[in-house]
Write a protein that binds this ligand. Structure first.
Ligand SMILES: NC(=O)c1ccc[n+]([C@@H]2O[C@H](COP(=O)([O-])OP(=O)(O)OC[C@H]3O[C@@H](n4cnc5c(N)ncnc54)[C@H](OP(=O)(O)O)[C@@H]3O)[C@@H](O)[C@H]2O)c1
Length: 378
C-alpha cells in the first residue's frame, strides 16, 4: 500500500487509515449493543499486518467503548507500528481544566502514555469560539510539553469560512475533513483543503464513502458504472477519487467486517495519487451530477428561511428528504428525521405563516413540502 510523508513531521502514513467508529457489534448478555471485540481486534491487527499504520478513534465512538477496544487491539507490539489519534469531546468541555481531565481519562482507556495526534473533535464555528474562550492553545501546548500528545489537530463539520478561521488560528499539524466525490464543495470543501495544505497542515479524509451511502448506489448510477470502460466497484471509485489528492495523507474507512477490511486493503494495494486520468475525473463528475439529479427538492441550504418563528429546521428536513431520494434509502429519512425532532425542529410545528416562502431565493413551496415531509412518516 502506498505511504505518503505526513507533511514535514518526519514519518510516512498509509493511504488507508482505520476509523474505529463503525466496528462490528453484538448484543451482550445484558441486552446491550457492544463491540464484537474479538472480531474488531482481529480486523485491526490484520490491517496493520498488511501495511496500515494509522488508527483513528474518539472519546464518544461506540458509547465510549471504541477507545478501550483500540487500546486492546494495539497490545502485543501493535501500538509501535501505528500512529494513533484520538479526539477531545469539546462538547464536554465547560471549563479549561476539563481538557486535561478528559485527555487523562482517554489515555487511561487507551492504556497508552501518549497519542500521536490529539484532535479537538467535530469543531464548528460556535464550538470553536467556545474553545478559544477556554484557551485551548495553552492546553495543547501543555499536553505537548508534558508528552501526553505529540501533534495537534481538529476534525471539522461546518462551512468553508469557519474552516479557514480555525486553520488560521493555530499552528495545527492535522485537519480531519469530510471528503468524497459528492462533498467536494461541502463543509471544508476541496478549496479549503488546498488552503490548509498550503499552510503545512496534513489532511486526513473521513467519510470517503459518505458513511457507506456511495458504496451501494441506486440502479441508474450502477448502470453508468457498468457501462464505463474501466470496471471499478462503487467503493473503488470513491477511494480512487479521494486518493487522487496528494494533500490527503490518509483516508479513514470505518470498516465493519473483516471482508470490508480485506476488500479495502486490496483496493489500496493498487490505488495511488496518480490513479485517475482526465476521462476518469470527468466520469466521476458525471457520477456526482447523476446523484444530484436525484434530488427531489431544490433547496441549496442558503438558510434564508431561518430562523423559522416556530423553530422548524427547514433546510435540515429537506436535506433528509433529498438524501433518501439520492441514495434510494427511505430508512435513512426516518433516522435523520428522528434526529431533527429531537432537536425540536420537526415539520409538524409549521403553522403556515409563510415567512419562509417569502424569503426563499429558490421560491420553493416550503409549506407544502414540509407537509409532504411530515406525511412520509405516517
Ligand atoms: N471526527 C469526526 O467528526 C468524524 C465524523 C465521522 C467519521 N469520523 C472518522 O472517520 C472514519 C471514517 O468515516 P466513516 O466511517 O463515515 O467512513 P466511510 O468509509 O465513509 O463509511 C464507512 C462505512 O462504509 C461501508 N464500507 C466500508 N468499506 C466497505 C466495502 N469495502 N464495501 C462496502 N461497504 C463498505 C460500511 O458500511 P456498512 O457498515 O453499512 O456496510 C462502513 O460502515 C470513522 O470511522 C471515524 O473514525 C470522524
Amino acid at each position: 500500500m502506498q505511504k505518503l510523508p505526513f507533511t514535514n513531521l518526519g514519518f510516512d502514513v498509509s493511504r488507508l487509515g482505520f476509523g474505529m467508529m463503525r466496528l462490528p457489534t453484538l448484543i451482550s448478555d445484558e441486552g446491550k449493543t457492544v463491540i464484537n471485540r474479538k472480531e474488531a481486534i482481529a480486523m485491526v491487527r490484520h490491517a496493520i499486518d498488511h501495511g496500515l499504520n494509522y488508527v483513528d478513534t474518539a472519546y464518544g465512538y461506540h458509547d465510549g467503548e471504541s477507545e478501550i477496544v483500540t487500546g486492546l487491539a494495539l497490545k502485543h507490539g501493535y501500538r509501535e507500528k501505528v500512529k494513533l489519534t484520538t479526539k477531545l469531546p469539546q462538547w464536554l468541555v465547560h471549563e479549561a481544566k476539563d481538557m486535561d481531565r478528559l485527555l487523562d481519562e482517554q489515555l487511561k482507556k487507551l492504556d497508552v502514555p501518549y497519542v500521536d495526534f490529539y484532535l479537538i473533535h467535530a469543531l464548528n464555528r460556535e464550538s470553536f469560539h467556545k474553545m478559544q474562550s477556554l484557551d485551548y492553545k495553552s492546553f495543547l501546548k501543555r499536553a505537548k510539553a508534558d508528552g501526553r500528545i505529540m501533534h495537534t489537530g481538529f476534525s471539522f463539520h461546518d462551512d468553508k469560512d469557519a474552516f479557514i478561521e480555525i486553520v488560521n488560528d493555530h499552528d495545527w499539524d492535522l485537519a480531519q475533513i469530510q471528503l468524497n466525490y459528492l462533498d467536494d464543495e461541502y463543509q471544508a470543501t476541496v478549496d479549503g483543503m488546498y488552503y490548509a495544505a498550503s499552510r503545512g497542515i496534513g489532511i486526513v479524509c473521513m467519510e470517503p464513502l459518505r458513511g457507506g451511502a456511495i458504496a451501494n448506489p441506486p440502479q441508474n448510477i450502477r448502470e453508468m458504472m457498468n457501462s464505463y470502460d474501466k470496471q471499478y466497484s462503487p467503493v473503488e471509485w470513491a477511494f480512487r477519487y479521494v486518493s487522487s489528492f496528494k494533500e490527503v495523507c490518509t483516508i479513514l474507512s470505518g470498516m465493519s467486517s473483516m471482508q470490508q477490511v480485506e476488500q479495502n486493503l486490496e483496493i489500496f494495494g493498487r490505488v495511488t495519487t496518480n490513479n485517475l486520468n482526465d476521462q476518469d475525473s470527468a466520469f466521476i463528475k458525471n457520477l456526482k451530477k447523476a446523484y444530484l439529479e436525484r434530488i427531489a427538492i431544490g433547496c441549496t441550504k442558503c438558510n434564508y428561511c431561518q430562523p423559522c418563528p416556530q423553530g422548524v429546521l427547514i433546510p435540515d428536513i429537506f436535506e433528509a428528504v433529498n438524501s433518501a431520494y439520492m441514495f434510494d434509502a427511505p430508512a435513512d429519512f426516518e433516522h435523520a428525521y428522528t434526529q431533527i425532532i429531537k432537536r425540536n425542529g420537526g415539520a409538524e410545528l409549521c403553522v403556515a405563516c409563510g415567512q419562509c416562502e417569502a424569503a426563499c431565493p429558490q421560491q420553493l413551496p416550503i409549506i407544502q413540502l414540509l407537509q409532504d415531509a411530515a406525511a412520509k412518516r405516517r
